[in-house]
Design a protein around this ligand. Structure first.
Ligand code: IPE
Ligand code: IPE
Ligand code: MG
Length: 252
């Protein structure tokens, strides 16, 4: 049983690691007869609000899906718009994120990105490395399958035995625990190659809300749903009532 003095995260009332598939930008823009990239721009505004809300609520880790391995299949104009937006958002947002205590990471395949983009990501990671209030993982050119393959390949190259623990440690999100809650906006009921390895026991919340409309009230709705979930990790409900495992940890 959780002690009355334990934190909301330890009690399982608040997720220690929130992951979000930020979907629906294109539809948000199309509904307004705007180009899709206008939806992506509005999506950056949404993210700013959700980062602030996570800090205010004491959530220590937020991982967002910004560009998937498969998003290269989009029209060239949209892909280059997204790359430009990333570089612009970094220069505009990083100074205030740094002041707010946010530490940035960009899990994903850098080999596919232009030097201009890679330099921007590295500078943002370096510039916020001393922060610890909120770890913000912006998954860019990320794919769950890519992550498992790069981790397995690295272990094989090093001659390290592949176990659940060693593979977890070699993934691009080894610096944080597994997500407790994964939210997908935009109404689709799928994972789309996000954190495949890490979300084995993650609670899933899907909402019709398009990402540019997703705000602190929507976040609280998802948190409310999370708080009502009964996480059993393979045990019976009776066993679980006796031993609540701490959230945000891996469960071997
Ligand atoms: C998510 O919004 C952002 C990215 C995939 C980069 P979408 O662009 O997929 O928006 P919809 O799903 O077309 O509305
Ligand atoms: C998932 O959204 C990727 C991101 C939000 C970055 P998509 O819009 O690419 O997913 P699908 O294609 O509908 O599955
Ligand atoms: Mg989409």
């Amino acid at each position: 049983m959780a002690s009355p003095t334990s934190s909301p995260i330890e009690q399982g009332k608040l997720p220690g690691h929130v992951a979000i598939v930020m979907d629906g930008n294109g539809r948000w823009a199309q509904k307004r007869w705007l180009p899709r990239v206008a939806g992506h721009k509005q999506g950056v505004e949404s993210l700013r609000g959700i980062v602030k809300a996570c800090i205010e609520r004491g959530v220590p880790v937020l991982s967002v899906f910004a560009f998937s391995s498969e998003n290269w299949n989009r029209p060239a104009e949209e892909v280059s718009g997204l790359m430009d937006l990333l570089v612009m958002a970094l220069s505009r947002e990083v100074p205030s994120l740094e002041k707010s205590g946010v530490r940035l990471h960009f899990p994903g395949d850098r080999s596919g990105l232009s030097p201009r983009v890679v330099q921007g990501l590295e500078a943002a990671e370096r510039g916020t490395a001393h922060n610890s209030k909120l770890i913000l993982n912006v998954c860019f050119n990320y794919g769950g399958r890519w992550d498992v393959v790069q981790a397995a390949r690295r272990l094989a190259e090093q001659g390290v035995e592949i176990t659940e623990e060693s593979l977890s440690q070699a993934t691009a999100l080894s610096h944080v625990g597994d997500p407790d809650l994964l939210i997908r906006t935009g109404g689709e009921l799928r994972i789309s190659n996000f954190l495949l390895w890490q979300s084995a026991y993650t609670e899933l919340v899907f909402t019709e809300c398009l990402w540019p409309d997703f705000d602190a009230a929507e976040l609280d709705r998802a948190f409310g749903e999370f708080a009502r979930r009964d996480r059993r990790f393979g045990r019976t409900a009776e066993q679980q009532a006796d031993a609540q495992p701490a959230a945000g940890k891996r469960h071997a």
